[in-house]
Design a protein around this ligand. Structure first.
Ligand code: DAH
Length: 338
């Protein structure tokens, strides 16, 4: 029926215009074009179906269909233009503007300090090795001559992670790991992260240490003192004095705490050194021969010294930091100063 076809065309035209009006972006708009004007679009199909109308009705119906298609195509084009160009035009290049500097990062003070310390020992002939942060009781305690149930273990505030594993409380286990792997001589420094249940302005539960171990023929305490004096004068200042104070560590015998002359007052006594003129820097000593038993070295053949120092503490002393927190808070205002 002629009137049915015309109604069909009119309804489809209106639907198409509504759909175009509602299309929010180029993609939706393209969908309406395909739906109505594409090769299988509704207006296209409708035009095609006119062939089955009686001959005399075809011209009028054909005209109506063509008008509808043209109108819809126009509306589609206008809507597309209203959306604007697909991509914003590139802004004009102004070569007279100052260039934009890329933000440059740099090593964190901790990494820098650890690196600097390792460099100093490397010049003295020690090589840098590393070890795991998750350790076994054996390497962290047992083979370092901490007997089971010995009170010296208490001082280590250990964080256990289950399955006989723990977060290493010091870098000393790498002494054992290294000696176990290769025979003497051993000349190493070991930088790395260490963990203890401590948390205040001079202690962080995660901190950084550097271990030193020299085992060779005829090593004496004089070598220990010589190496550490060289270190102190290179890391702090050329005239930095050190002193050795008797102490105790299960894995060294004898053991010594090493102090440096106060970096602030030079030894006269001030607030920083609490009037003593000295600042505690690190622990050290002659390797306890008991350790050689664990790694198969002959104590009659070799002797050695070891030391362990806190990188955080060394950085605090060298740069006059008031709290260890500054090193771990990630505040750029702090980090940028170094
Ligand atoms: N491992 C000790 C600690 O963290 C530090 C230390 C002391 C290391 C004496 C040594 C040493 O190698 O000889 O408390």
């Amino acid at each position: 029926m002629m009137s049915d076809v015309l109604e069909d065309i009119e309804r489809t035209r209106q639907e198409a215009l509504r759909a175009i009006g509602a299309a929010a972006d180029a993609e939706a708009l393209e969908r309406t074009r395909i739906d109505f004007l594409g090769s299988k679009g509704r207006l296209t199909e409708l035009t095609r179906s006119l062939g089955s109308l009686p001959r005399e009705e075809r011209p009028a119906a054909g005209q109506a269909a063509n008008r509808a298609k043209e109108e819809v195509a126009r509306a589609h084009k206008a809507a597309l233009e209203a959306l604007g160009p697909a991509r914003p035009e590139a802004p004009e290049l102004d070569v007279s503007l100052p260039g934009r500097r890329p933000a440059m990062g740099h090593r964190h003070l901790i990494s820098r300090t650890a690196h600097e310390i390792c460099q100093i020992f490397a010049k003295l002939g020690l090589s840098v090795v590393e070890g795991p942060e998750v350790e076994t009781d054996y390497y962290n305690f047992e083979a370092l001559n901490f007997p089971r149930d010995h009170p010296s273990r208490d001082m280590q505030e250990t964080l256990f992670v289950g399955d006989g594993l723990l977060l290493r409380t010091h870098t000393s286990p790498v002494q054992i790991r290294t000696m176990e792997k290769s025979g003497p001589p051993v000349w190493i420094v070991v930088p790395g992260k260490t963990y203890r249940r401590d948390d205040d302005i001079t202690h962080s539960p995660m901190f950084n240490q550097i271990e030193g171990l020299v085992v060779d023929k005829g090593i004496t305490m004089a070598d220990l003192k010589g190496v550490l004096t060289a270190f102190a004068s290179s890391f702090f200042s050329a005239d930095t004095r050190i002193r050795l104070r008797p102490s105790f560590f299960p894995f060294t015998e004898p053991s010594a705490e090493v102090d440096i002359a106060c970096v602030l007052c030079g030894g006269r006594g001030c607030r920083l050194c609490k009037g003593s003129g000295w600042l505690e820097l690190l622990g050290s000593g002659m390797v306890d021969p008991a350790l050689y038993g664990f790694v198969g070295y002959d104590p009659g053949e070799v002797s050695g010294f070891a030391f362990g120092l806190g990188v955080d503490r060394a950085a605090m002393l060298k740069y006059g930091l008031s709290s260890i927190r500054h090193l771990y808070e990630g505040d750029l205002r702090f980090s940028r100063q170094f």
